[in-house]
Design a protein around this ligand. Structure first.
Ligand SMILES: [Zn+2]
Length: 300
């Protein structure tokens, strides 16, 4: 297999390895913490406070601050589960479940150690930590969680707002050269890979007014890679802080105003399906004189 084919299969294979229950559980926790840090605040201080805040100054890192945040949330969930004896008795160790569901994230050597330690309660977690196994599994699952949450610009905005404080209060004292005199990060060029990712996520349309920016039908509208949290408002030079906008919407957003939209493009039109189902239910009721089956899911 050529290197490019190999790379391609690596890029598309991540989501097949984790159960949707685990994936959406972590997504829900990460999204919840980003929007309301509350009890998790002490951990966030550890991740992005003081000298660690320089993580936020990096220029378009591919392993973003949001990846790091997700990894830390997963590691916290693993430890929280392990320390909850009744949960462990009822459901087993979550780390064991994650390990079994993500076999390929673990090397043969690590598996040997896991299998030889699993029956010993004492020291099992020390071994998992010392052998980098918790870090490896957290990284592996974080890629999958990122894949899901990157699509949600609301989560990206919430995360960006959460780290603004650390950028402006701590990072500026460790890396002053990265900042303008006004206290905002210096603007840097956006790499092609970041533009491509944002363009495809936002389906080539302005996220506010839905103007088609693909230039397939009109070449007049310029594409703007807009900072969700403007640099002047404490935003970062990060792919997670970008969105597509047209010139008009970009101009009206203002340099210090953070905004995005929660609209997303559906894969296909579901209106016809919904109205057809109404007809099917009506037919069912007429033919059997019984109410239609209870719907399990609300349809948009
Ligand atoms: Zn627009």
């Amino acid at each position: 297999m050529s290197l490019w084919r190999l790379l391609g299969s690596f890029l598309v294979s991540q989501l097949q390895n984790v159960s949707t229950v685990d994936l959406y559980y972590v997504c829900q926790v990460v999204d919840g913490v980003a929007r309301q840090p509350g009890n998790f605040l002490r951990h966030i201080e550890d991740i992005f406070g003081d000298a660690s805040s320089v993580l936020l100054v990096r220029r378009f890192p591919r392993w973003t601050s949001f990846h790091i945040f997700i990894e830390e949330v997963i590691a916290s969930l693993i430890w929280e589960n392990a320390n909850n004896r009744s949960d462990v008795v009822a459901n087993g160790l979550w780390i064991d479940h994650l390990l079994d569901a993500n076999e390929d994230a673990i090397s043969d050597e690590q598996w040997d150690k896991i299998n030889s330690h699993r029956r010993m309660v004492d020291g099992y977690f020390d071994m998992l930590r010392d052998e980098q196994i918790i870090a490896d599994i957290s990284e592996h699952v974080a890629k999958q969680v990122f894949h899901v949450l990157f699509s949600n610009r609301g989560t990206m905005k919430a995360f960006g707002e959460m780290v603004t404080y650390y950028l402006q209060s701590a990072a500026i004292s460790f890396e002053p050269d990265a900042f303008c005199k006004t206290g905002s990060l210096k603007r840097v060029g956006i790499p092609a890979w970041a533009k491509s990712a944002v363009f495809h996520r936002d389906k080539g349309r302005c996220v506010f007014c839905k103007t088609d920016l693909t230039k397939l039908f009109s070449q007049l509208d310029a594409i703007n890679y807009d900072h969700i949290i403007p640099l002047a408002a404490g935003g970062a030079n990060c792919v997670t802080n970008l969105q597509l906008s047209c010139s008009t919407c970009n101009g009206s957003k203002g340099a210090r105003h953070s905004d995005t939209s929660d609209e997303y493009e559906v894969w296909f039109d579901q209106i016809e399906t919904a109205s057809r189902r109404v007809r099917v239910y009506a037919h069912h009721t007429h033919a059997t004189n019984t109410p239609p089956p209870v719907r399990q899911h609300r349809c948009a």
